[in-house]
Write a protein that binds this ligand. Structure first.
Ligand code: GLV
Length: 323
């Protein structure tokens, strides 16, 4: 008998096929809504594996609903939705999908940076709204990207990939990170700054940190007050790194020029949220890694982690160590 597993979203076809070779999946079969917590909890008893998404809260109580759970495989690189300490305490390996989405996410962060700098979404609204009557010398003036200073907060794989793109635009590069990265400093000519200095010096600020107890709410009123009035804030990390009320106030008051976000808090952002009343904001629905190739690749990695866990082998891409 193949082991039973619970999958919280239908995967791309190749990953679904691979999955069925080694387990019996039960699937939350909706693309419209995330699997509700109570539904996951009701479905987990008897399951040996869980393949989940960043929308699923996986806490100790959920793990305890499936005493035979042998593996938790997250189909994403970030895993702040999972209580990894609780999994480790129960001897359950947790896996994620690092590396595969680095370049795709960096492309999107750069797309947001450019959209914010050059007011592309405002331009589209202007055209759609029927306001385009003539070429305007002063119409929708944005700011130059080349030669500007980009501050990267969180210089991991994705932050470094954004820095590589920025070099092609002749940008000056700064970073802030818990540890210094001499190898990136040498490769990219990127300079370390304490966070406050980075915020004060940068024209563009791009966030690339995991959401943790330390990074939650990192960018608030004090931090916005340090930024330049022309600053464009780009967030492809997690919405919770930025305090939403402080962001709204900074944009509304023109304290900073623009925010270009792939992630929000709350997420999803309700259509009547006050952030959406602002002209100087660009928001995408958490799609930075959403290319066909990349999403297929990360689904396959999640399936490989699941298979290894079910077979009691070390996960190819582990996030915890279960001895
Ligand atoms: C997406 O946000 C991811 O963490 O993979």
């Amino acid at each position: 008998m193949k082991p039973e597993v619970y999958i919280t979203r239908r995967l791309p076809a190749a990953a679904m096929k691979r999955l069925q070779e080694f387990c019996q999946p039960e699937i939350w079969d909706s693309d419209e809504l995330a699997a509700p917590y109570e539904e996951m909890r009701a479905r987990l008893p008897g399951k040996a594996g869980l393949l989940c998404l960043l929308t699923d809260r996986v806490d100790a109580a959920l793990m305890d609903a499936a005493p035979g759970l042998k593996v938790i495989s997250q189909c994403a690189v970030g895993y702040d939705n999972i209580d990894v300490a609780a999994a480790t305490a129960r001897g359950i390996p947790v896996g994620n999908t690092p590396g595969a989405l680095t370049e795709t996410t960096a492309d999107f962060a750069f797309a947001l940076l450019m959209a914010g700098a050059r007011r592309i979404v405002e331009g589209m609204d202007y055209v759609r709204g029927g306001h385009w009557k003539t070429w305007g010398l002063q119409l929708l003036l944005g700011q130059d990207i080349y030669g500007a200073t980009l501050g990267i907060v969180g210089l991991g794989r994705i932050g470094a990939a954004v820095a590589r793109r920025a070099r092609g635009f002749n940008m000056r590069l700064l970073y802030h990170n818990r540890q210094r990265h001499p190898e990136y400093e040498a490769e990219l000519g990127i300079e370390y700054r304490p966070l406050d200095e980075l915020l004060a010096e940068s024209d563009f600020i791009s966030l690339h940190l995991n959401l943790t107890a330390q990074s939650r709410g990192l960018i608030g009123e004090r931090e916005f007050n340090l930024m330049k009035p022309n600053a464009v804030l780009v967030n492809t990390a997690r919405g919770g790194v930025v305090q939403t009320e402080a962001l709204y106030n900074a944009l509304k008051a023109g304290r900073i020029a623009h925010a270009a976000l792939d992630v929000t808090d709350p997420e999803p952002l309700p259509a009547d949220h006050k952030l959406l009343t602002l002209p100087n904001i660009t928001i995408a629905p958490h799609i930075a890694s959403a290319s066909t190739e990349t999403r297929s690749r990360i689904a396959m990695m999640a399936v490989e982690n699941l298979e290894a866990g079910l077979q009691g082998r070390p996960l190819p891409w582990p996030v915890n160590w279960v001895g």
